[in-house]
Write a protein that binds this ligand. Structure first.
Ligand SMILES: [Zn+2]
Length: 100
């Protein structure tokens, strides 16, 4: 029971399903807050909150086209239907995503 509900019914109720022993998240460990999803422009996106880390990487925010250091808490956003493609992920300033 419970198998297959993850991709099929993408209508909001599926994401409440977070039972122990279920297939894990596709993008690594849970060292962050739980992902949520948001609708933008008719597409569903997964939004992950990162607290910031010391990797020293710099990303380009698609909202303001400014640099975004990995040390700053920010969002990583990718299309819900494209979650296997790492290159589909975008790093956003939290403010830029929220006003978007
Ligand atoms: Zn920005």
């Amino acid at each position: 029971m419970g198998k297959g509900a993850r991709r099929g019914g993408s209508r909001g109720s599926a994401r409440a399903r977070r039972s122990i022993g279920a297939s894990g998240p596709p993008l690594g460990a849970l060292s962050h807050t739980p992902d949520r999803t948001e609708w933008r422009g008719g597409r569903e996106f997964v939004v992950r909150t990162l607290r910031g880390n010391s990797e020293g990487r710099v990303y380009r925010c698609p909202g303001c086209h400014q640099e975004l250091a990995s040390a700053v808490p920010h969002y990583v956003v990718w299309p819900h239907d494209g979650m296997l493609g790492v290159e589909d992920r975008r790093h956003w300033h939290t403010r830029c995503w929220e006003i978007g």
